[in-house]
Design a protein around this ligand. Sequence first.
Ligand SMILES: CC(C)(COP(=O)(O)OP(=O)(O)OC[C@H]1O[C@@H](n2cnc3c(N)ncnc32)[C@H](O)[C@@H]1OP(=O)(O)O)[C@@H](O)C(=O)NCCC(=O)NCCS
Length: 173
Amino acid sequence: MSTPRALDSLPDGLAADAHRLLATLVRDGAALGWVEPPSRAEVAALLADVAAAVRAGDAALRVAFLDDRLVGLGYWTRYSRPTHRPHADLEKVAVDPAAQGRGVGRALVSALVEDARAAGIEVLTLDARGDNANALHLYRTLGFTEYGRLPDFVAVGDRRYDKVFCMLDLRRS
Ligand SMILES: CC(C)(COP(=O)(O)OP(=O)(O)OC[C@H]1O[C@@H](n2cnc3c(N)ncnc32)[C@H](O)[C@@H]1OP(=O)(O)O)[C@@H](O)C(=O)NCCC(=O)NCCS
């Protein structure tokens, strides 16, 4: 697959395609922070905010296509707290179920890490649900290390899952 594309604005149709991707994953139980599939308007607003942050130098957004079809996305945004400004948080790494296991997620996260390095980000953080073995495997093999865990913190209906915090210190790698 080709290198995921970096975006600083949203091409026509991208928000709708991203909504389809995210809503399908959440409907199937993916751990992306939503309990119910997000609305189209919510995804459009989220991506517009991220694209604006990219233009301000405070984020990176990458999208992956296979045969001209959106199959993956992910982004990081710089922390807004003044004392955390050198650092950023990676979020919403998502790959279409039909395209999983083919290197799309690895390509997305690798590109976003390089974007962070190029932007001078010092520490890239992320969090994942404790049962998300594929994601945690991917992050660990890209150099992220676990720095903490909130037991039984993520609430999905009556179920509870650990929230796992990971970091990649770009000053040391
Ligand atoms: C996590 C996710 C982004 C990985 O994307 P992907 O394109 O499937 O990942 P890749 O093909 O690049 O594979 C990355 C690693 O994960 C492993 N992996 C991915 N899918 C797997 C699967 N279905 N079964 C077993 N291992 C899997 C691969 O073995 C690979 O490791 P390896 O290179 O050492 O073999 C994707 O599964 C996804 O979108 N999940 C739902 C949303 C989500 O959980 N996002 C992360 C939130 S923290």
